[in-house]
Design a protein around this ligand. Structure first.
Ligand code: PMP
Length: 349
């Protein structure tokens, strides 16, 4: 979509970043335009990722969190949705790091690679292995892990999409119509979030996050096959609960009524991070305050994300280290693009 004055068109009150990454090039935000007729159906055939970057003030470094896991999931989403591109997963990974570096972020950020059929191909047309374009945007997004309080939730009257309808295990944009119905209904009825059941009546996840319940010291979450996105945060939290807190964790079907009698309920996801749910359908969870396991997981997760837990250092990819220290973002973008033109880093195979 044409946006002639990027800096004058802030989103959520934030100015736009200087650059985005588009099919192998760092591009000034305002110059990344397409003709209006090519949008519309684009979202039907798009998959994406949401990645967080955490700033460490003590180490003066920005860490991309679980970057490789996100790249793996992006590749799986593309495979499942039969999307082909000349741009390799390694180039997208590199693109994320280059973009964060070019924008000179020194704060927490949220990065969104988007892979889409660029030619406005109608969503009902069978498109097989047609090349797609890749776009990466990144914006400041402060962590909310140190915020107090929690969320109210209801059980949605909508059912979760199913594996044989629109597979929820991958991050396809079209899946989020289901999420939108779910979260809008929750809002209209006065709740912060909604938890969605599958057609069998078992718990799946929330509109844009996964769910973990704690009962008698055991952390439990539905299996992917219940109808959830294959959540990277949920995996990370299970590892931290097991290894960091010495807890038993289990993946099994969760009944709706377990939500009402659980000691703790939390939602987790890249953007959501780790958030306590304080009530479900007006049943108070525990004593109505964030529970001890949730609080410990929040603390541990933040320490890991900020690079303060060496045992989990391999979950982090440093952004600025070794990257032309002292040059500004514009110079770095020019250097990246220049190297490409010279053929040292090929954007397209
Ligand atoms: N479920 C849905 C529907 C989501 O959109 C998200 C956020 N990506 C999650 C779960 C959590 O996934 P992750 O931990 O990989 O961010």
């Amino acid at each position: 979509m044409t946006q002639s004055k990027g800096k004058q068109a802030p989103r959520n009150g934030q100015p736009n970043p200087h650059f985005l990454w588009r099919s192998g090039q760092i591009v000034p935000w305002e110059q990344a335009t397409v003709h209006v007729t090519s949008v519309g159906w684009t979202a039907v055939g798009a998959v994406f990722e949401g990645i967080r970057g955490y700033w460490s003030a003590s180490r003066r470094e920005l860490f991309a969190f679980q970057l490789d896991a996100h790249m793996t999931r992006l590749a799986r989403s593309m495979k499942l949705m039969r999307m082909a591109t000349n741009i390799t997963a390694a180039q997208v990974r590199q693109g994320v790091l280059e973009l964060l570096s070019a924008n000179e972020f020194r704060e927490d950020v949220y990065v969104q690679p988007l892979v889409y059929f660029a030619e406005g191909i109608p969503g009902y047309v069978g498109v097989v292995e047609r090349p797609v374009d890749v776009l990466i945007t990144a914006r400041p997004s402060p962590s909310t892990l140190e915020e107090d309080g929690g969320l109210t939730a209801c059980v949605s009257s909508w059912a979760r999409i199913a594996d044989n309808v629109m597979p929820p295990r991958v991050k396809a944009l079209a899946n989020y119509q289901n999420s939108r119905l779910v979260s809008t209904e929750a809002r209209v009825n006065g709740y912060d979030q909604a938890i969605v059941l599958n057609r069998e009546g078992k718990v799946t996840e929330a509109a844009s996050s996964c769910i973990v319940i704690v009962r008698d010291g055991v952390a439990t979450s539905p299996p992917w096959s219940a109808g959830t996105l294959e959540s990277i945060t949920r995996e990370a939290l299970f590892t931290l609960a097991r290894n960091g807190l010495g807890m038993r964790v289990e993946e099994r079907d969760v009944d709706r009524t377990e939500l009402y009698i659980a000691d703790e309920v939390l939602l987790c996801g890249t953007l959501m991070e780790v958030k306590p749910v304080l009530s479900v359908d007006r049943y108070t969870v525990g004593d109505g305050r964030p529970g001890p396991v949730t609080r410990k997981l929040q603390e541990l997760y933040l320490r890991v994300a900020r690079g303060e837990a060496p045992a989990y250092g391999n979950w982090l990819t440093p952004v600025h280290r070794g990257r032309r220290a002292g040059s500004n973002g514009a110079e770095r973008a020019a250097a990246v693009n220049g190297a490409r033109r010279a053929g040292t880093t090929k954007a397209r195979a």
